[in-house]
Write a protein that binds this ligand. Sequence first.
Ligand code: SF4
Length: 301
Amino acid sequence: MGMRIRLGPDGVHLFDRQSGLNVLLDEVTPPEHAWSAAPRQVSIAVTNACDLACSFCYAPKQPARLAVDRLLRWVDELDRAGALGLGFGGGEPTLYRHLPEVCAYAAENTDLAVTMTTHGHRWNADLVSRLRGAVNFVRVSVDGVGSTYERIRGRRFAQLRVALDTIAADFQWGMNAVVNEDTVDDLDAIAALAAEHGASELLLLPEQPTAGAPGVKQATLHTLERWVLTYPGPVRLATSADAALGVPIADALPSELGVRSYAHIDASGTARASSYAPSGVRIGEDGVMAALKQLAQMETA
Ligand code: SF4
């Protein structure tokens, strides 16, 4: 499998999943009929199960997990329709027993980049050996250090350090940090931890409002913006598309007309605009692309 070529209104997008290299040839505008129909990135919650209980968790709490045969069909479909990458999450994706099989399938049969977001505590030698070579980037959720981490995640911070070393030995990885009133004062220490364990990116995620939590306060967002401005560290910063912090966002290209740049599939098999979106389209026998098309039509109606 080689470099992915994706055509769209922005031009010709070349993407190499091994290195993460993106090249946009914007001197060329491909004809509309040739534009890729799939979102660039699709996050997939493979299971709602998680063995932690973080207060700001937005993962649905009713039990659900994706059937592996459906999931593999969607992987094929998204690959054929020009998606660049899949991001597996949950819940905790390592609790999904088919995860190694699905990642290996994507690595061997598609050009899709495979990433996943994990709390890290289930990564042992056996899991590493089954995921090695099949996962292009691992995102580890770390929102504080020391006692802040232990209070939020309910796991020992020392165990997290072991997990980070285990992951860093075999995978490119980055740290995801939910920023709120509880974690904002730990930002220096989080960045230092990321650097110490060899992370290549620190993704800052201002806490989103959910049914059970109000989300980050404005004053905390200002503190975060000031921190970003004076950040001297070696680890690259990134943020989510909806948090204008003056650092690169995961979706760096302008929106492609009529094509979602991002979509989320939840563990019950519903396609949504994002994991926070209150409604979506159930993926039926006609496949994931049909559901995404219907989702786009609902949004423009
Ligand atoms: S580790 Fe992630 S999925 Fe699990 S409870 Fe915490 S936020 Fe939710």
